[in-house]
Design a protein around this ligand. Structure first.
Ligand SMILES: Cc1cc2nc3c(=O)[nH]c(=O)nc-3n(C[C@H](O)[C@H](O)[C@H](O)COP(=O)(O)O)c2cc1C
Length: 361
């Protein structure tokens, strides 16, 4: 089956964004079961955990689902780079009463081994972010029966994914919560809004486009479909879902977020990401360009964020969320999906009534 057919056959063309730290199998299964496409976030799983995790989703639903990997570069920081970075974080660990970790020697899971585990499991769809696969890797996934979606933040990135044989493009606009997926140009040249990005990728590439970034309700869904997207990918809007694993302090920050709550930051992970602004983001802004690149800084702040989560302290936790986060509402994932789809229908009818007015006169 082609990706276009898979998305067209979905009763509700909403893909639940993979969200490391906030989503796992329960949310993916609930979304797929409700007629959308759930995505299992497997970027932090060890290669040996991937097959069982995918089998776990298969055991819970017959509906199609996806998995997602982040393509972290191999990191080899020097001892002095690590010492400097840890010294910069020491006051934050101290403030939480948590011990400063020793310099680690592994910074992320081995991508090649994770990739091999995905090929072996052959899930219906797999999406990739932060870099690009080779043609041979895409062919290996196709041979395993897996459709391939590449994340793009620019038209050039979408064209690059098309050139390696991807089945579809996830167009990640500037509004999106979580990490930026750029991989060809620096971040400043990769900050196109969802509206312009979907339209320009649609015009440039003959593949299904999935719109992601700032879509918080059914009106956003209808808008993206009107732009020519084949489906939408929503992350932030699911953060308060009962089936999400969003920690309590993060949920509280989402539930009380104001109208203009989010900012981009490099301070938590060494890669730009959008989250609700907090004390750590504000105080680290001046030095954020000096912190080691992802995945090193990500690894060095992991224990800090775990300690903040355990303490229920939202000020030192990465509160990833997209623009419009204030529109997020609690509920079960199925209720949310049905509500958004009904809202999308209302929005489409309102637009049809408006555009049809001239014809009727
Ligand atoms: C909490 C959170 C975690 C995320 N983790 C991932 C991830 O593991 N892999 C990925 O490709 N994208 C990840 N994203 C980005 C989403 O795929 C998507 O681009 C984004 O959620 C869309 O914007 P929205 O949050 O405004 O809906 C994450 C987003 C959020 C909010």
């Amino acid at each position: 089956m082609s990706l276009a057919d898979l998305l067209d056959d979905l009763p509700i063309p909403i893909i639940q964004a993979p969200m490391v730290g906030a989503s796992f199998d329960a949310l993916a299964v609930a979304v797929s079961g409700a007629g959308g496409l759930g995505t299992l976030a497997i970027a932090t799983l060890a290669p040996g955990e991937i097959g069982p995790a995918i089998a776990g989703v298969r055991a819970q639903t017959d509906a199609p689902f996806g998995v997602n990997l982040l393509m972290a570069p191999k990191a080899a920081p020097t001892a002095s780079e690590l010492d400097t970075a840890l010294a910069r974080l020491a006051p934050w660990y101290q403030a939480l009463g948590a011990p400063l970790p020793a310099a680690p020697n592994q910074f992320a899971q081995d991508f090649d081994a994770q990739f091999a585990a995905v090929v072996e499991a052959g899930p219906p769809m797999a999406s990739f972010t932060f870099s690009i696969l080779t043609k041979a890797q895409v062919a290996a996934l196709h041979a395993a029966g897996t459709l391939v979606v590449g994340t793009a933040t620019t038209v050039a990135e979408a064209r690059a994914w098309a050139a390696v044989g991807a089945d579809g493009i996830c167009a990640q606009g500037f509004e999106a919560g979580g990490h930026r997926g750029h991989f060809l140009a620096e971040v400043e040249a990769s900050l196109v809004g969802t509206l312009a990005l979907v339209s320009t990728i649609r015009a440039a590439v003959d593949l299904p486009v999935i719109a992601a970034g700032g879509i918080m309700d059914g009106r956003g869904v209808a808008a993206a479909l009107a732009l020519g997207a084949s489906a939408v990918q929503m992350g932030t809007a699911f953060l308060l879902a009962e089936e999400a694993v969003t920690p309590a302090a993060w949920r509280g920050a989402v539930a009380t977020a104001g109208d203009d709550a989010t900012r981009l930051t490099r301070a938590f992970t060494g890669r730009h990401a959008r989250g609700i602004e907090n004390h750590f983001m504000r105080e680290m802004r001046a030095v954020q360009d000096a912190v080691p690149a992802y995945p090193v800084q990500n690894r060095l702040t992991q224990p800090l964020r775990a300690a903040a989560t355990a303490a229920g302290d939202p000020e030192m936790l990465s509160l990833w969320a997209g623009q419009g986060v204030g529109l997020t509402r609690p509920g079960s994932a199925g209720e949310m999906m049905r509500r958004w789809w009904a809202e999308a229908g209302e929005a489409a009818r309102a637009v049809a009534a408006r555009t049809g007015r001239g014809e009727a006169e």
